[in-house]
Design a protein around this ligand. Structure first.
Ligand code: ATP
Ligand code: MG
Length: 637
């Protein structure tokens, strides 16, 4: 086993060996925050300060968690069972005590599309004329309340707010009840129920408070109110909490993150030590100088320095192109020229997901292998969710959301009218949709044709139940995808169906890694797409938000234009805060690069099928001249 301490500088060592009491590590990008946390866990275990299951460590993505787990495993030979994302750990705790908050331990964690479906059903009952565009707004408002740890009864008087808040609160009450009836929770509920659990049963809370002797948090700047509260509860007994973060990388305020949590830390945890790390090990000095210069334009910052002893490297490249297509062509040609790098050493980080379309077009043209880590998570894709819904309904007949989703997919002549009948029968008798459908099959309420079709569907589900436990999961799902007619439906869809067939196949092959349906369902409900980056040699295209914590030898940052980056929305906020967040995003983007950084902008761009003139981003004007080389290339202009 290599000696972890010798791989650290004196400040990092200090942060690793000072394990008692609260510690705040406040440091710039690439200064080894994540490495420090990992080494700290190893230090605690190797010196016998705690057992591996007495350490709670929270990170932002499953990918980061997996990397940390395997690094600690290398250093100590042990696994850390309580290292994961807030959601994964909260889900684990909730499963153990689900009954206390009125849930069954095998509850389902639902995704966005299911959330919207429930909201739609509720609104249809309250006011069928309600505008469907507002469903998402309502979902987001509910989510925001949850991020602030507010139950429906705790939401303050909304009468003076915009009318949509009044509707949202009405929906929130019913939404929570409905999900409970379905034995389901959404992402926000995981922490909300944890807090409820801790408040209701103080003995459960004390159990965890005693159990977790050491608590550690990475990417602390992006915690929101409820996450902070959850941490405070859990770390109370020992106060051995170590948070690492960088206020300059706080980029999730739109998801309720509160950078003020960094400032609150010393108030809530008395005598907190603050450690600063200033030496960046990741990037060349031109890149670091550029990042520091840009972020210096922000007014609200904590005092922090960032320097590096790394080589100067090449200057940051800047190029202005004729239009979005020329930009994509330029990036493609550069990638092919950068042949000292593998494709997977290269990342293109975009501000908005629409930017990926034209890039994709040119990568195909130039035969560049690429992977888009898009906003839509793999497991949120319609076809993937549909197949999963079959699996859910087979494992749990009471899963009404799954039933509703697939009863007519592929088409089985079960339209809105029949669904309504199923819905009312279920409500009247307080039974599941599945049971209600059985009643309808034996009644005169629907036509013979529908009876036959419904009956066939119910029989299939029952027949699959017989084989689910005897077949390997991937084989089972393959059978279901075929026998249900789902694959045939996709085959008849033509070109669009092809990509979707590929997705179903990918799902089936990913199932090989799971031995039980339950572990798989838990996995899919918690992973994010960035977690699925694998070892293929492909260029990665992703949003700046998704790139947090990652590093690549070579990074392209396209689309630096006013309205795109900084984003249009940030202009609406007159306080200037939103603009500062955009600048932090620029800082995150720049600091992902180890050796090469290429920033670009275009004079015109196709947005929503319309060509628009674009003007150069103010962030480009904020770049330091001495570290940047402007490329003039008439081929692209
Ligand atoms: P970010 O702010 O982007 O999350 P970070 O502060 O978490 O960055 P790490 O990802 O831990 O930084 O480290 C950045 C890079 O520097 C990694 O490649 C890491 O292996 C390396 N590194 C960290 N500390 C040292 C050190 N003391 N000596 C050499 N390399 C180091
Ligand atoms: Mg990190």
């Amino acid at each position: 086993m290599n000696d972890y301490l010798s791989l650290l500088n004196p400040e990092q060592q200090l942060a690793v060996t000072n394990i008692n009491g609260p510690v705040l590590i406040l440091a710039g990008a690439g200064t080894g925050k994540t490495r420090t946390i990992t080494s700290r866990i190893a230090h605690i275990i190797r010196n016998g300060h705690a057992y591996s299951d007495e350490i709670l460590a929270v990170t932002f993505t499953n990918k980061a968690a997996n990397e940390m787990v395997s690094r600690v495993l290398e250093l100590t030979g042990t696994n850390i069972p309580w290292l994961g994302t807030f959601h994964a750990i909260a889900a684990k705790i909730l499963r153990m005590h689900a009954e206390i908050v009125g849930l069954n331990p095998n509850f389902t964690i639902i995704g966005v599309d299911d959330q919207l479906q429930v909201i739609k059903n509720i609104i249809n009952e309250i006011n069928p004329d309600y505008l469907s565009e507002k469903y998402k707004t309502i979902m987001n408002i509910i989510q925001q309340w949850k991020e602030k740890c507010l139950l429906p009864s705790e939401v303050e008087d909304v009468q003076s707010f915009r009318p949509v808040y009044v509707t949202a609160l009405k929906v929130y009450y019913q939404y929570q009840e409905r999900l409970k009836f379905l034995n389901s929770v959404d992402f926000g509920d995981l922490l909300l129920y944890n807090i409820q659990l801790f408040n209701k049963k103080t003995e459960v809370l004390s159990y965890y408070q005693n159990k977790f002797k050491y608590v550690m948090v990475d990417e602390y700047q992006d915690t929101n109110a409820i996450q902070y509260l959850w941490l405070k509860y859990l770390a109370k007994e020992h106060s051995n909490i170590c948070c690492v973060g960088d206020d300059d990388q706080s980029i999730y305020s739109w998801r309720g993150a509160e950078v003020e949590n960094i400032l609150k830390f010393s108030d809530d945890f008395k005598n907190a030590k603050t450690v600063k790390l200033e030496c960046n090990y990741r990037s060349t000095s031109h890149i670091i100088a550029t990042a520091s210069y840009v972020i210096n334009h922000n007014k609200t910052r904590l005092e922090k320095k960032l320097w590096t002893t790394n080589i100067e490297g090449e200057k940051v490249n800047l190029i202005k192109l004729w239009d979005g297509k020329a930009e994509a062509r330029f990036i493609s040609e550069q990638i092919l020229k950068l042949n000292k790098y593998r494709f997977s050493d290269i990342a293109v980080l975009v501000r908005a997901t629409f930017q990926t379309r034209v890039l994709e077009e040119y990568f195909i043209k130039y035969s560049i292998p690429y992977k888009i880590i898009s906003g839509v998570k793999f497991y949120e894709r319609q076809e993937v969710r549909d197949i999963i819904a079959y699996l859910r309904l087979v494992t749990n007949n009471n899963d009404d959301l799954a039933f509703e989703r697939i009863v007519n997919r592929p088409k089985r002549s079960i339209g809105a009218t029949t669904l309504k009948k199923i819905y009312t029968t279920a409500q009247d008798n307080k039974i599941s949709f599945f049971e209600a459908a059985k009643i309808l099959v034996n009644s005169d309420q629907v036509t013979e044709r529908i009876k036959l079709s419904l009956n066939d569907f119910l029989n299939k589900i029952k027949a699959w139940e017989e084989i689910v436990s005897v077949k390997p999961l991937h084989e089972f799902v393959k059978i279901v995808a075929n026998q249900s007619g789902y694959m045939e439906m996709l085959e008849n869809e033509g070109v669009t169906g092809l990509a979707r067939i590929e997705n179903v196949k990918e799902l089936i092959s990913s199932l090989k890694n799971f031995d039980s349906t339950i572990t798989f369902l838990e996995h899919i409900s918690l992973v994010m797409e960035v977690d699925n980056m694998n070892s293929d040699d492909t260029v990665y295209v992703m949003t700046l938000h998704a790139a947090k914590g990652l590093e690549f030898p070579c990074v392209f940052l396209p689309g630096w234009e006013e309205g795109l980056f900084p984003h249009q929305r940030s202009f609406e906020d007159k306080s200037g805060k939103a603009l500062e967040e955009e600048r932090r995003l620029a800082y995150v983007g720049i600091t992902r690069a180890k050796e090469r950084l290429i920033i670009s902008c275009a004079d015109r761009r196709e947005i929503n099928n319309q060509w628009q003139p674009m003007s150069t981003s103010r962030f480009i004007k904020e770049l330091p001249r001495e570290n940047v080389e402007v490329i003039k290339n008439s081929a692209y202009c």
